[in-house]
Design a protein around this ligand. Structure first.
Ligand code: PLP
Length: 434
C-alpha cells in the first residue's frame, strides 16, 4: 500500500524531533520501517495520512478504553472548552472526576490530580519517603513507572527495546535509593526485606506488569508484597496507570483483592488527554502540601477539559457488562491467535489479563523480565509488518501489551485473527534447533 504522505511527514519529523517522535516507542525502532502518521481515528479504527485504515491495537497505549472519538467524550470536551480552557483555580469538573475514581477505588481516600503517569509515580514515591522518613524504594525489573530519574532503573520495554539498561543523564546518586528485584519472585522480596526492611520506604509495583509485555502476577506475589510491606512499616504503591479502569472497574486492586496504601493512575482517567493522579490513605495524603510538608504542585493540574474527557469516559463504562465484554473479546482474540499459531507450528506464549494481551514468540512461559526477553524479536518484526500490511496496527515492539477497547467488535477480532493467519504463514521461522 502507498505510504507516500506518511513517509514525507515522517521525514520532516526526523528533522524536528529526536528520532522523529515525541515518545521513543513511536519510532518503530524495535521493528524497523517508517511509522504511519495518523490523522484520524474513529472507534477501533485509525487512518494514516495516505488514507489507509488500520484496526488499532495500540489505543494510545491503553488510554482509549472507549476507542476513538466517542461522541459523548468529544461533546464533553467541546462543552468544557467553550467554558474556558483553564483557570488555575478549583473547578467542579475536578470533583466530578474524583467522585467516580473514589467510588471505584475505596482505598483512594484522598487524591491529587497531576498531568502524567510519570508525575503520579514520582510524587507517590516522594510521599512514601516523606511519610516513612526512609529512602529506599523497591521496584521490579521490567516495571515502568514513567521517566523520573530515580525510577529509570531496569524500567521496561521502551528502554529494553532501545538497548538502554538505564538512561544516560541519570546520576548514580539518583538510583542508589532504588532497588530492583525480579517480578513475581516473592522469595527475593522476602530476603531483601530481611536484610533491608527498616530502610524501605515503599514497594512500587505494576500489579499486572504491562511494560515488559503483559506479565500477570502469580497468586502469591501481591499478597506477599502486602504482608512484607505492612510488617516492615513500608508502604505498598500500586502503579495502576495501565490497569486502573482496564482490568476491572476496581482496577487490579479489586481484581486481585489486595489493597495498596497508595495508587497511581493515568491513561484511561484522562480519556485521551494528558493526566495522572496519585492517592490513597488519608493520613498519608495529608502529608502533601498545603496540609503537610511534602511539596508537589501543577499549573495545569485538574485542567477542566481533561477532567471533562476523563469523566465522560468513566461515565460511559457500564460496569460489569463492559468488563465482561472486554474479557470476552480478549479471550476470543487469545484463542484465535493460539489456534493460528498452532496451525503454523509456531510456538507462542500468550499472556492475557482481560483486554490486555501480549504474544511472546517463545515456547517457555513468561513470568518476569528475563523470560519475556526470550521472545524472538526477528519473528515478531516479520509478524508486525505482516499485520501492518494487512491493516492491523500493533504496538511496535515484542515487549509491549496490545490493548483492546470497547469499540472493538467481534468482527474486528476476526479480522485480527485472519490477518495473523496469513502474516504467520509469511513470516520466517526462527532459526531454532531442538
Ligand atoms: C504509561 C505509564 C506510566 C507513565 O505515564 P505517562 O503519562 O506516560 O507519564 C507510568 N506507569 C505505568 C505503569 C505506565 O504504563
Amino acid at each position: 500500500m502507498a505510504r507516500t504522505d506518511s513517509e514525507r511527514l515522517f521525514a520532516e519529523a526526523l528533522t524536528r524531533f529526536p528520532g522523529g517522535v515525541n515518545s521513543p516507542v513511536r519510532a518503530f525502532r524495535p521493528v524497523g520501517g517508517t511509522p504511519p502518521v495518523i490523522v484520524r481515528g474513529n472507534g477501533a479504527t485509525v487512518w494514516d495520512a495516505d488514507g489507509t485504515a488500520y484496526t488499532d491495537l495500540i489505543c494510545a497505549w491503553g488510554a482509549m478504553l472507549l476507542g476513538h472519538a466517542r461522541p459523548a467524550v468529544v461533546e464533553a470536551v467541546q462543552r468544557a472548552a467553550a467554558d474556558g480552557l483553564h483557570f488555575g483555580a478549583n473547578s467542579e469538573r475536578e470533583l466530578e472526576l474524583a467522585r467516580i475514581i473514589q467510588s471505584a477505588l475505596p482505598s483512594v481516600e484522598r487524591l491529587r490530580l497531576v498531568n502524567s503517569g510519570t508525575e503520579a509515580a514520582m510524587s507517590a514515591v516522594r510521599l512514601a519517603r516523606a511519610f516513612t522518613g526512609r529512602s529506599l524504594v523497591v521496584k521490579f525489573d521490567g516495571g515502568y513507572h514513567g521517566h523520573a530519574d530515580g525510577l529509570l532503573a531496569r524500567a521496561g520495554s521502551g528502554l529494553a527495546a532501545a538497548g538502554l539498561p538505564d538512561s544516560v543523564g541519570v546520576t548514580a546518586g539518583a538510583v542508589t535509593d532504588t532497588a530492583v528485584l525480579p517480578y513475581n519472585d516473592a522469595d527475593a522480596v522476602t530476603s531483601f526485606f530481611q536484610q533491608r526492611g527498616n530502610d524501605i520506604a515503599a514497594v512500587l509495583v505494576e500489579p499486572v506488569a504491562a511494560n515488559m509485555g503483559v506479565v500477570p502476577p502469580g497468586p502469591a506475589f501481591l499478597p506477599a508484597l502486602r504482608r512484607l510491606t505492612t510488617a516492615a512499616g513500608a508502604l505498598l504503591i500500586f502503579d495502576e496507570v495501565i490497569t486502573g479502569f482496564r482490568v476491572g472497574w476496581k482496577g487490579a486492586q479489586g481484581r486481585y483483592g489486595v489493597t495498596p496504601d497508595l495508587t497511581c493512575l493515568g491513561k484511561i482517567i484522562g480519556g485521551g488527554l494528558p493526566v495522572g493522579a496519585y492517592g490513597g490513605r488519608r493520613d498519608l495524603m495529608e502529608c502533601v502540601a498545603p496540609l503537610g510538608p511534602m511539596y508537589q504542585a501543577g499549573t495545569m493540574a485538574g485542567n477542566p477539559v481533561v477532567m471533562a474527557a476523563g469523566t465522560a469516559t468513566l461515565q460511559a463504562i457500564d460496569g460489569t457488562v463492559d468488563y465482561d465484554r472486554l474479557e470476552g473479546l480478549g479471550a476470543e482474540l487469545e484463542a484465535g491467535l493460539l489456534e493460528v499459531a498452532s496451525e503454523r507450528s509456531r510456538p507462542v506464549q500468550i499472556n492475557r489479563v482481560g483486554s490486555l494481551l501480549t504474544v511472546f514468540f517463545t515456547d517457555s512461559s513468561v513470568t518476569d523480565r528475563e523470560s519475556a526477553e526470550r521472545s524472538d524479536r526477528a519473528q515478531f518484526r516479520a509478524f508486525f509488518h505482516g499485520m501492518l500490511e494487512r491493516g492491523i496496527l500493533l504496538p511496535p515492539s515484542n515487549l509491549e501489551a496490545w490493548f483492546l477497547s470497547l469499540a472493538h467488535t467481534e468482527s474486528d477480532i476476526e479480522r485480527v485473527i485472519g490477518a495473523a493467519r496469513s502474516a504467520l504463514a509469511m513470516a520466517p521461522q526462527a532459526a531454532h534447533v531442538h
